[in-house]
Design a protein around this ligand. Sequence first.
Ligand code: SAM
Length: 212
Amino acid sequence: MRFRNKPWAREKIEQHPEYFILEPEKYKGKWQEAFSVKQPLHIEIGTGKGRFITGMAKANPEINYIGIELAESVIVSVLDHLVETELPNLRLLNVNATDLKDFFDKNDVDRIYLNFSDPWPKVRHEKRRLTYKSFLKNYEDILPDGGEIHFKTDNQGLFEYSLMSFSEYGLLLKYVSLDLHNSEFEGNIMTEYEEKFSSKGNRIYRCEVKYR
Ligand code: SAM
């Protein structure tokens, strides 16, 4: 994703503490305190402009959600989805997923979503892929035993790489679709990238994997 320089983004983020958690380390081990209702917590890593996470929060009020995005110039656009709707079950973090363990303890998070993660196709950039083994270790450290990752992408190379990476790490494959939009999967909420690439005719791949 290309980032436009938005010098006002930080200021706008700071004006919305009802959504943006500015000191996430304070909630480590007690994320329920960041929400009005204690209920399971699902996070999306690489939330982008937030279409998926806001759609999920609207559709599933019985789940708390956190959208995590590295680029402040991108995540600030989530606010555009929230103009008329208040979502008490949604919070946002402008942090790097490499630092997840600074903000979350084991069992803090019940499920992780990865949607259209940057593919980083060059071999020398493998470690930056969000499905690389060091990230899988970070996710294991914040999920419960049996915790799940739900992943979708239109990038066949990244999907195949990720299936291999999940398998080599010892994750169990629960569900796989090689053509999500022509499958029986119900309740799919599209992301910005999914809308863009599926409208060009790209197939969408999706899987659910589970730690032992
Ligand atoms: N998920 C959105 C969608 O499907 O429309 C955005 C997809 S975009 C290709 C990937 C996003 O992941 C970018 O906004 C990027 O900044 C974010 N990202 C990449 N690496 C990240 C990291 N280590 N931590 C947090 N966000 C990251």
